[in-house]
Ligand binder design. Sequence first.
Ligand code: PEP
Ligand code: MN
Length: 367
Amino acid sequence: MTKKGLQLEPISSWMKVNRPVIISGPCSAETEEQMVATAKQVAATGKVHAIRAGIWKPRTRPGQYEGAGEEGLKWLISAKQETGLPVTTEVANAAHVEACLKAGVDILWVGARTTVNPFSVQEVADALKGVDIPVMVKNPINPDVELWLGAFERLNKAGITKMAAIHRGFSSFEKGPFRNAPMWDLAIELKTRIPELDMICDPSHIAGNRDLISFVSQKALDLDMTGLMIESHINPDAAWSDAKQQVTPAALSKIISELVVRTQSTDNKVFKDTLSILREQIDQLDDEIMQKLSARMKISEKIGQYKKENNVTILQVNRWEEIVQTRIALCRAMGLNDEFTGDLLKLIHHESIQVQTKVMNKVAERV
Ligand code: PEP
Ligand code: MN
């Protein structure tokens, strides 16, 4: 039982493979030939542990390929028989669940557009009552860890214990290099809340572009994720969905073999001793940083008092601009990243305003 009250069985107990677990296959099952040929070539790499394919496709706009439906499930099962690998697909409602259970799909996943909707997640969970099948849950498209967590809780209440999270990035209005902003800290937040929950990264939907898949995959492994789900297709450019992000089985094989898999820890004594010396230095520096911040806030308090006595506003835009400019220049010279310095200053400034507001209100109460 996790401290969040979840009953979980680790991926190693239901996939029986070492990290990283690799799941691959087409975005969508398009035809029996495409499905089976892709699965066979992917399996022939010897580096993949399960085959994926979308059967019902949630498309943003109507008129795009919406999946083969139940007919496609037969192709997925043929892929399973031809390769001997377990197969997985996305389910969004009770009918999908029933069709998958009847067909013999091994692992289910809840897609990003379904995780956002507690009604749909509950419907999937209810359809799974009394069934022992692994279910992976993609992050919701909006950056909300609670919603992601809620889906695991609903499934767990229905008796599902073989669960894993899939990090596929988040929709954002701003266009960056990625199709879906990875917002790694949200994945880290879920992992921190439920350390026992295995997390698989889906670099294909984060990247949206095959050239970035290696980079995202390596980053995910370096963040100690359990595995990867990468879309592959025998002829990616001709794919009926997500063409730009799919890779050939040969490219998939290259991506996997170039990954550096680091261990969580090591028994190497020199490594452990060096790490503990470095950690002591970090502890010492954190202590100094906190003391300085505390001293800085005490001065802010004095300034608040002084401003009050002289009837001066808390916010002094010119002073704030000067602080930002000088500190960013200074920190840049010390090798710190401008964005980091800016974020840190905003946090400090925000707290300083809070402290001064408190002082002013206190004085006001006495008047
Ligand atoms: C998919 O895996 O093909 C898919 C539709 O993903 P997501 O739910 O992450 O958009
Ligand atoms: Mn896709």
